[in-house]
Design a protein around this ligand. Structure first.
Ligand code: SF4
Ligand code: SF4
Length: 384
């Protein structure tokens, strides 16, 4: 079997997991205004985004705020209103809000208030709904497209108003008969990294420029559709856990999710948010699901590629495999030694972090980590 395969035979369907005892929400870019020991309803607006176009934060559960740190807030789920073993549908919710569709800017503002990011949904000639799984081993996107047709169509109404495209595609695997409302099917060979937005856009337009293209994953489209149908904020995600898909509250600790899936990590196992190519290893099993997490993966010690600061042996494997045709060895060495302006000359900006270079590097160099460091340093130097 091709280990880069992105299309899977689906069995079962997306299932809810019970409410966790506690939820931990990231306050990155958010200004919290709920206080310690305050009781909050499910869906209650508790923090406002500092960044224009990004979604605000809401409590996914009915509970009490038990801890506030510099970068997170912990909410303990209240018993009584959330019966043991019941799912997220059984909680006390805030009253719905209806976004204002009469004006595009007001619609974007209302979606931000309801927790939806819209910063990248700008007017463009081409809108592509990406229904391909983002990484090998992930099935959530394929399943959302198969099972959540009506909310996706509702979300498409918002996306169309924000982007005002001349043409809309839905990206699906080659051989798939699936379509979505008025979207033209865009058939893509389901092999990683073909599902990444830059490559999907190129498949649709023939151009490597993303200037007049918006690629929107079915996960965010589903959030938008739920908002349109229910007037309630985006507080749950469909997430793949070792081949099964679950509907999970944002903020659920990874260990609760793994326990529900019947998976018990042993010492040495790595918990990763995402898949094997782009995933981020977590320091603790308490790490909470974020609003962009699409998978929680567990890798045994022997399966996990251990990156080390080994020297480059100039084999050129990374350069050969890079789909963005970047001189990867030179660019990552520039980052490694803090020469970030040189990394810019070697097209670090064109990198879409597919992870293929790190996968093939025989020296197991942490190439994507170097790249992320370089991008972050360059972003900070622009901001100063
Ligand atoms: S992660 Fe590596 S292979 Fe992928 S685009 Fe960036 S430099 Fe190229
Ligand atoms: S694959 Fe690794 S060792 Fe080979 S040139 Fe690239 S960075 Fe150097």
């Amino acid at each position: 079997m091709n280990i880069f395969n992105l299309r899977h035979e689906l069995t079962g369907s997306i299932t809810d997991i019970p409410l966790p005892e506690k939820i931990v929400l990231s306050l990155c870019g958010q200004r919290l205004y709920a206080g310690l020991d305050e009781t909050v309803m499910a869906g209650q607006h508790i923090a406002r985004s500092d960044r224009p176009g990004y979604g605000d934060l809401h409590s996914p559960v009915y509970g009490t705020i038990k801890k506030i740190d510099a970068d997170s807030v912990t909410i303990r789920t209240l018993p009584g209103r959330t019966l043991p073993g019941k799912t997220l549908r059984d909680q006390e919710w805030m009253a719905p809000i209806e976004p204002d569709e009469s004006d595009t800017q007001r619609l974007a503002d209302d979606l931000n208030t309801l927790g939806i990011d819209t910063f990248d949904l700008h007017p463009a000639q081409t809108l592509i709904i990406n229904g391909l799984n983002p990484e090998p081993g992930v099935t959530a996107f394929q399943r959302i497209l198969a099972e959540r047709r009506q909310p996706l169509l509702e979300g498409l109404a918002y996306a169309t108003q924000l982007v005002q495209p001349g043409r809309i595609f839905v990206a699906v695997p080659e051989g798939s008969q699936r379509t979505l409302g008025p979207c033209d099917p865009l058939h893509i060979r389901p092999v990683y990294p073909n599902s990444l937005p830059q490559l999907v856009a190129k498949a649709a337009t023939g151009s490597e420029s993303m200037d007049d293209v918006v690629v929107l994953g079915v996960d965010r489209l589903l959030d938008m559709g739920r908002v349109r149908m229910r007037g309630l904020p985006a507080t749950v995600r469909a997430i793949t856990v070792q081949g099964m898909d679950y509907r999970v509250h944002i903020g659920t600790p990874a260990k609760d999710l793994l326990a529900h899936a019947g998976i018990a990590p042993v010492p040495g196992d790595k918990i990763v948010f995402g898949g094997p190519m782009r995933g981020q290893a977590q320091m603790s099993p308490d790490a909470p699901v974020q609003n962009d997490t699409y998978a929680v993966s567990l890798f045994a010690r022997e399966e996990f590629l251990l990156f080390q600061d080994n020297p480059c042996c100039n084999c050129g494997e990374c350069d050969r495999i890079c789909p963005a045709r970047i001189p990867v060895a030179l660019m990552t060495r520039s980052c490694e030694f803090g020469k970030y302006s040189m990394a810019l000359q070697y097209d670090i900006d064109a990198c879409f972090e597919c992870g293929m270079c790190a996968y093939v590097c025989p020296m197991q160099r942490p190439l994507v980590q170097y790249i992320r460091l370089g991008k972050s340093e360059l972003a900070q130097s622009v901001a100063v």
